[in-house]
Structures are given as structure tokens and as C-alpha cells.
Design a protein around this ligand. Structure first.
Ligand code: SF4
Length: 261
């Protein structure tokens, strides 16, 4: 009986994954129990080997020996709301859970926000200390994104840490300057969405105007990029990013000889 229920649950989870990943499902690799056990063992070994060099942040799951971005901390503490500003993107990541075809209405957890004021009221009602803007690609709807960023920062100021996820393809000086002026605190580039090309990051980092005037101390990923810029290291760095398991990720980190995630 119990094993019948477990099989049923497993099938339901599989079906959920098939729906979520669509044609990308066939490319996912799920380990059989023996593989999973080997990976666990390897993970234990690697963690032991790294024990002296890293700190285990956020109650365990995040390895880091430098400061995590404030957004990461707030996320790990569960104090944050993620707003899906639209349902359209100009990239086609296999891991993206939705089709990214429809602009639609900004929403989170099926709650829709027709105006920035509605979202501000939602953040206030639930007492969040952080919010992020995701999508869809937020820079495909720049006016909408700016309206939400401005409204949130106008209402909460420094009491609300606000960050934005972008694939970087539209992150030019003008767009970044507008986000800065609207009060955005943090920006994250999903380089996985653009074949691990670093153009968006370079544009943001190298143009002194928008990024310096952001008051930014830098972009987290750029630091990693420069550390791993050497031809041999960049491939290991890519392996680390695309690794499916903690064990593979740790293996790449060991090769890079860093404890940064
Ligand atoms: S960049 Fe983000 S929103 Fe766009 S397809 Fe990739 S995962 Fe989806």
C-alpha cells in the first residue's frame, strides 16, 4: 500500500516536471538510487575537504566565504516577494517554467497587480523587507518596470531592499541609469540565459556612468568573472554554473580554489 502511494506520488512529481520543463524534460538527468548514493558520498568528501575554507551561510545550504548580496540574505530568510513583471522574455532558457510569450499582468503566486500601488499595498500588508522584479525580461517592458520600482522605493525607501533579474540583453547605459534613478538597490544578470556570454555584465560594469552612479560597490558576478577570466579557469567556472548537483559544483569550486558561490 505504502509503496503504491510512493509510486503514485513519484508519478505525480514526474508529471509536474514534464509539464514544467516541456521539451527540455528529455534533457534532464535524474540519478538512479546507486548514482545518488555515490553523489552523496562524494558530496560529503568534498564538503569535508572544503570545511576549512568556506562558511556555510543561510542555515547550511549556501557556501560562501564572502558577504552574500543583501537580496540573497533576505531571500534565504524568507522575507521577500518576487514580482513577475510580465510573462514575456526574449530568451529561451530550457529551465524556464513558463512559455514567456504573453506580457500579461504583473503577478506573484497567482495574485495580480494591475497598478504599482496595488503591489505596494501587498508588500505593506505582508511586511516584506525585500522585493525582486523578475519576469519575463523586465527590460522588455521598461516603463512598467520603472513604474513599479519607483512606486516601491517612494513608499519604503531604504526599508525595502529592491533588486531586479535580467538576462542583460537590453541592459544599456540608459536603462541602467533609469533604474538607478528610480532607486533600484541590486541587479542580477542571468548569464545562463545568454549562453554564458558576459556582454550584458561588461556593458554594465565598464560604462562608468550608470554603474558608478548607482552607488554600487560592484557586481557580484563580475568579481567571479575576473577571478576566472583565464582561459582554463573560465571553462571550470562554466562547469560550476551548469552543474546539476552540489557535488559537481563543489568539484568545480575546488579546481578554481575558491569558496565563492
Ligand atoms: S531569461 Fe529568465 S525569463 Fe527569460 S527565458 Fe530565461 S529563465 Fe525565462
Amino acid at each position: 500500500m505504502a509503496s503504491g502511494m510512493a509510486a503514485e506520488l513519484r508519478e505525480r512529481l514526474r508529471e509536474g516536471n514534464r509539464r514544467e520543463y516541456g521539451e527540455g524534460y528529455g534533457r534532464l538527468h535524474f540519478p538512479v538510487p546507486a548514482e545518488a548514493a555515490r553523489a552523496q558520498e562524494r558530496r560529503r568528501d568534498l564538503l569535508e575537504a572544503l570545511a576549512e575554507r568556506v562558511a556555510f551561510g543561510c542555515d547550511g545550504p549556501k557556501l560562501d566565504c564572502t558577504a552574500l548580496a543583501p537580496g540573497c540574505r533576505i531571500c534565504a530568510e524568507g522575507g521577500w516577494s518576487c514580482l513577475f513583471i510580465s510573462g514575456r522574455c526574449n530568451c529561451r532558457c530550457f529551465y524556464c517554467p513558463t512559455s514567456q510569450e504573453e506580457i500579461g499582468v504583473p503577478a506573484t503566486n497567482t495574485v495580480e497587480f494591475r497598478t504599482p500601488a496595488d503591489y505596494v499595498a501587498y508588500l505593506e500588508r505582508f511586511g516584506f523587507s525585500g522585493a525582486s522584479i523578475s519576469g519575463g525580461e523586465p527590460l522588455l517592458t521598461p516603463r512598467r518596470t520603472l513604474a513599479f520600482v519607483s512606486a516601491v522605493k517612494r513608499r519604503f525607501g531604504a526599508a525595502m531592499h529592491l533588486w531586479l533579474y535580467t538576462n542583460g540583453t537590453l541592459a544599456d547605459a540608459g536603462a541602467l541609469a533609469q533604474l538607478r534613478d528610480a532607486g533600484l538597490d541590486e541587479i542580477r544578470f542571468d548569464i545562463g540565459a545568454v549562453g554564458y556570454r558576459l556582454d550584458g555584465l561588461r556593458r554594465a560594469e565598464l560604462d562608468p556612468d550608470p554603474i558608478r552612479q548607482f552607488g554600487a560597490e560592484g557586481i557580484g558576478l563580475c568579481r567571479t568573472e575576473h577571478m576566472c577570466f583565464d582561459e582554463k579557469r573560465i571553462n571550470v567556472f562554466r562547469e560550476m554554473i551548469v552543474s546539476n548537483t552540489d557535488a559537481d559544483r563543489l568539484k568545480a569550486l575546488r579546481q578554481l580554489k575558491v569558496g565563492v558561490v
